[in-house]
Design a protein around this ligand. Structure first.
Ligand code: DSN
Length: 422
């Protein structure tokens, strides 16, 4: 970054500091990852200089000789990787992608059904404080409050069906941001058919697992797939909308000119690179390992008395209710951060605390698996988390400092991809 260091040393220094932070810390936020050098290189290119409103072959600006080919490659790779008829690779990120889906299928005031935010859903699935819950009528399903280890904390499709039959939504979202269990796309599809709703699978969190064969695919079940590209898929910050042929035109019209202007071509190129990487054999092994690591971490945490929502995980993510540990989620998250373990505080289903000061934390294994950290290290990760949570309760900063040094030693042993070697 020699030009940047000369031109703007302040920003250059902050970027170098961030590289160091990402190298030294155990990043457990389940929606984060490390991209490859190739994805980073594509992101930082002259493609950022170009306007390309429209779609390949149908642009409102000239000079698209290269851009059309870049976007066509990204589209082809997306449809082939996810087994859907159509892909739009232009949404700027997950929330604009989801808003485009509303624009494609709903009029203001129409009913949308999604998972409630505190139950693991996303703001854009019709939650009240989001535009999607104020311009549209959001009805929300949750997870079971009681039941045995096979049912508690999981979506109840009978409840979803009853709500859908009562409320007749035009659009149904399945998927979310704090869902540790497999999404039953076929089950949701049956309900959507019964009420005549368009079904959208928001696979932002699990796109990489689906691409790598570690989670069932929504293809063949849903009308539309919405995904970000920067979580388990390990691409740049961006999004993709996939659909059946029937809905291709509606989706394209909604993204442009409905909602957005010029696509971010540098991002499109990096998405294409990430999709190529995600189609490889290495990535299949990565996706499987993400799940293996999450399940191993869950078992070690449960053995140490951590209360895992739904009792464990089928995917990359664990949602932990810290009520029994007598530490609020935010206090634990901040103590873990001081120990070099980066998580986010999170509501848990039926939380009695407020979203800005909830009872839980949310963790995941996509980033640590990208560093090549194996399942055998999950025992020590659980031990660190336990020590830090106990230390947070008693204000024992010395223990937190000791854990930070141990975390740094493990991170040094497993360098992260895409970061400079210093
Ligand atoms: N903010 C994302 C996440 O962390 O899951 C979802 O939008």
């Amino acid at each position: 970054m020699s030009y940047l260091a000369q031109q703007d040393p302040e920003i250059a220094a902050l970027i170098v500091a961030e590289e160091q932070l990402q190298a030294d810390t155990l990043r457990l936020i389940p929606s984060e990852n490390y991209v490859s050098h190739a994805v980073l290189e594509a992101t930082g290119t002259v493609l950022t200089n170009k306007y390309s409103e429209g779609y390949p072959g149908k642009r409102y600006y000239e000079g698209q000789q290269n851009i059309d080919l870049v976007e066509s490659l990204a589209i082809e790779r997306a449809t082939s990787l996810f087994g859907m008829d159509h892909a739009n690779v232009q949404p700027y990120s997950g929330s604009p992608a989801n808003l485009a889906v509303y624009l494609a299928f709903l009029k203001p005031g129409d009913t949308v059904m999604g998972m409630a935010l505190p139950m693991g859903g996303h703001l854009t699935h019709g939650w009240g404080v989001s535009a999607t819950g104020t311009w549209f009528r959001g009805v929300q399903y949750g997870v079971r409050r009681t039941g045995n280890s096979e049912t508690r904390g999981r979506v109840d499709l009978d409840e979803v069906r009853a709500l859908a039959l009562a409320e007749r939504p035009k659009l149904i979202f399945c998927g979310g941001t704090a869902v540790p269990r497999t999404i039953d796309f076929a089950g949701f599809a049956e309900i959507a058919r019964e009420v005549g709703a368009v079904l959208v699978a928001d696979i932002a969190h699990i796109a990489g697992l689906i691409a790598g064969g570690a989670h069932p695919s929504p293809a063949g079940h849903v009308d539309v797939v919405s995904t970000t590209t920067h979580k388990t898929l390990r691409g740049p910050r961006g999004a993709i909308l996939l659909s059946t042929e029937e809905h291709a035109k509606a989706i394209d019209r909604a993204v442009f000119p409905g909602l957005q202007g010029g696509p971010h071509n540098h991002t499109t190129a990096a998405i294409a690179v990430a999709l190529k990487e995600a189609g490889g054999e290495d990535f299949r092994a990565y996706a499987r390992q993400v799940v293996t690591n999450a399940q191993a971490l869950g078992e070690h945490l449960a053995a140490r008395g951590f209360d895992l929502v739904s009792g464990g995980t089928d995917n990359h993510l664990l949602l932990i209710d810290l009520t029994g540990k007598d530490v609020p989620g935010k206090v634990a998250a901040k103590a873990l951060d001081r120990a070099g373990i980066v998580v986010n505080y999170n509501t848990v289903p039926y939380d009695t605390r407020k979203p800005f000061d909830p009872s839980g934390i949310r963790i995941g294994t996509p980033a640590l698996t990208s560093r090549g950290i194996p399942a055998s290290e999950m025992a020590v990760v659980a031990e660190w988390m336990d020590r830090v949570v106990v230390a947070a309760r008693s204000g024992d900063e010395e223990t937190i400092g000791k854990v930070r040094a141990e975390v740094k030693a493990l991170m040094d042993a497993y360098p992260a991809p895409g970061l400079p070697v210093r």
